[in-house]
Each structure stands twice: as structure tokens, then as C-alpha cells.
Design a protein around this ligand. Structure first.
Ligand code: XIL
Length: 348
């Protein structure tokens, strides 16, 4: 019975995604030229974080499917969405986005299995001790990864576990179980889908700095303990007026690659405050071009994902008051200088 219900939901999700995919056959948005095809020729996947709420919008879906070869669900696979109650999982949103990706020849990056933020409320109450917490983490990771076995190519298994000032983040997970929660999450994910690539993902770890040193030490320890980790995700939420040095970003990528790991840019956006003058947009474009150059030439990078398609729907406006300009497209989905800089670079 349970299986039949799941099948019906899956069919509904596929039908919905097919309906959503339909507008993609429409005329492409003005000025958009299909970055994904040019990136593919260079062996790079381009991804974009998508939000289910926008998926009924034909201009949005046309741009997503026309420009990118990967999607990352912006929220829909996070704990509070996919596993909001202890008894069950809600696959509807994740499955719909996956069906949309499949219908458009795109892949999906699973995001994020274990994160201190957007966790379902019940977890705190149920995790009474270390063993119960580890069981919750294992079950969560293995159930989700098994559900998407063979369909989701990469997973952000552990998200933002490094603290900004020292050591590791004092999250509910860490306080109860130390680094065991990270190790167990990766092991459960690997067992559930041996072919999926498993990443640790974080912010402010893009260049060589104390925080990325802590991530490096953590990951090195995981490898020494035999934890099945394949890659590191550098989120890359950057402020145009406080950019990391690209030489340092490259050196950082290379030190992780030297451990045998893959490195992806997973959540790129480059924000600035105030009006969008030609000068500011040109500086933003130059920064976008610089990081893409690094991604195209540094060893180990196979994808660059932007966090949000357009300035109208990016998380930046809410997360960083005063900032509204951070993505490749403006709020009418028109390409910005940053988009044109990427196109030019990818065409070379
Ligand atoms: C953000 C989403 O974009 C928002 O819609 C949500 O309200 C909060 O989370 N690091 C991550 C992402 O790993 O999951 C976050 O996404 C942005 C920071």
C-alpha cells in the first residue's frame, strides 16, 4: 500500500515536471545564449540553485534549462522540508525537481543532508544522547540517498560544520556526537549509493585562511580514518568589496585536489551594495570572470554553481540587507555584464 502511494506521488511529480518543462520549448529569453553548451565543450558543468516556488514561471524555467546543466534545490531537500516529521519523508518537491532536471538533460546536486540550519524541530527532542543522534543521522542520510540512488550524482553530505572562529561549529550534532556525526553521515550515504559523489560544503573557505585550514585538517583526518569523502564544496558567497585573492583560491583548490579530492564551486554569488552603475556591474563581471577562469584551469574542479538564477529571486536581498545585486541575470532575466563575461570566456 505504502508503495502504491509512493508510486502515485512519483507519477504526479513526473507529470508536474513535464508540465513545467513544457515552457522550455518556447522562445528563449532575449539575450540568453545557452552557457551550458559552451561550458560542456570545456568539460565544466554549470549549475544553478532553483526554488520550487518559481518553477511555474516559464521565463524562469526556460533560463534554468537553457543555461545550466545542473540544478541544486535551494531548500527542498533540506531536513525541515524532506523529513519534517520523524515518521516519514516528503519526496514530492525533490522528486519534482529531479524529474524537471531529467526532462531537460540536467543533473541534480543533492543539498544538504546534515546542516545545523533548517533542521526539523523533532530532531532536537529525539536526539537525547549520542547514540540516538547518530542513529537519526544515519537513517536520514541512508533513506534519502537510497531514495535517489542512481539519480542524484552528487550530495552535499555535511554542510557548514567548520566554525568561523575556532574548531568546529558547536551545532546540535557536534555537541552530541563530535566529529562522529560527520563520519557516520558519509558512511551511510556511501552505503546507500556507492556511485554518488559525496561532498563536504562550507563558506568562507575558498581561499587559504584559518577557516579553510580548519576544513583542510578536518578532511585530512576523515581521509585518514577511511571516511568515504569525494570532494569539497566551496560555497563562494562573496562581497564584491571584500573578494578573496584568486591566487589564494587557486592554491586552496590545489591543496584539496592534492589530497585526491574533487572541488566544486557550489553556491557562487557576488553581491554589492547600492545602485547598479555601469562601473559596479563591470567590476562584478570581472570578478565572475576571474573565478570562472580559476574553475576552468585549476585541477579537480568539475562544476560551478550559482546560488540563484536572477536578482529578483536570489536569497541575497533577505540575507544581506542593503544588497540586491549578486547574480548573472537581472530581475527581468536579462543578462548582466557578468553573464556576458562568462559567455565570452566560455566561447574562447
Ligand atoms: C539559503 C536559501 O537560499 C534561502 O532561501 C534559505 O532561506 C536559507 O538558506 N548556505 C547554504 C544554503 O548552504 O543552503 C543557503 O541557502 C545559503 C547559505
Amino acid at each position: 500500500m505504502k508503495n502504491i502511494a509512493a508510486r502515485i506521488r512519483w507519477c504526479l511529480a513526473v507529470a508536474l515536471a513535464a508540465a513545467l518543462a513544457f515552457p522550455i520549448a518556447a522562445e528563449p529569453n532575449d539575450g540568453l545564449q545557452g552557457l551550458r553548451a559552451y561550458a560542456a565543450k570545456k568539460g565544466l558543468d554549470l549549475g544553478v540553485a532553483v526554488n520550487f516556488k518559481q518553477m511555474g514561471n516559464a521565463r524562469y524555467t526556460a533560463a534554468v534549462a537553457g543555461e545550466f546543466s545542473y540544478i541544486t534545490p535551494e531548500n527542498e531537500m533540506k531536513w525541515e522540508y524532506i523529513h519534517s516529521l520523524p515518521e516519514g519523508y516528503d519526496w514530492f518537491f525533490g522528486d519534482s525537481l529531479l524529474a524537471f532536471a531529467q526532462a531537460n538533460g540536467m543533473k541534480l546536486r543533492g543539498h544538504a543532508l546534515v546542516w545545523h540550519s533548517q533542521v526539523a524541530r523533532w530532531v532536537q527532542d529525539a536526539a537525547v544522547d549520542k547514540e540516538s543522534l547518530l542513529k537519526i543521522v544515519r537513517d536520514h542520510c541512508s533513506t534519502i540517498v537510497a531514495h535517489y540512488r542512481g539519480k542524484v550524482a552528487k550530495w552535499d553530505v555535511a554542510n557548514e560544520v567548520v566554525d568561523d572562529k575556532e574548531g568546529l561549529r558547536q551545532s546540535l550534532f557536534y555537541l552530541k556526537a563530535g566529529t562522529d556525526f560527520i563520519d557516520e553521515a558519509f558512511k551511510a550515504a556511501r552505503a546507500a549509493d556507492p556511485a554518488a559523489l559525496l561532498y563536504i560544503n562550507d563558506y568562507s573557505v575558498e581561499d587559504i585562511c584559518p577557516k579553510s585550514d580548519r576544513l583542510y585538517a578536518l578532511v585530512k583526518g576523515m581521509l585518514a580514518r577511511g571516511v568515504p569523502i569525494d570532494g569539497v564544496g566551496l560555497q563562494s558567497h562573496w562581497d564584491l568589496d571584500a573578494l578573496p585573492s584568486m591566487a589564494s583560491v587557486r592554491a586552496n583548490i590545489e591543496r584539496f585536489a592534492a589530497l585526491g579530492l574533487k572541488v566544486d564551486i557550489t553556491e557562487l554569488d557576488i553581491r554589492f551594495k547600492g545602485p547598479a552603475s555601469d562601473e559596479r556591474l563591470a567590476a562584478q563581471a570581472a570578478a565572475y570572470a576571474e573565478v570562472l577562469k580559476v574553475a576552468l584551469t585549476a585541477k579537480g574542479v568539475s562544476s560551478v554553481t550559482v546560488w540563484g538564477l536572477d536578482d529578483g529571486h536570489s536569497w541575497i536581498r533577505n540575507a544581506f540587507p542593503g544588497y540586491a545585486n549578486a547574480t548573472l541575470l537581472d530581475k527581468s532575466y536579462a543578462p548582466k555584464p557578468a553573464y556576458r563575461a562568462w559567455l565570452e570566456l566560455l566561447k574562447q
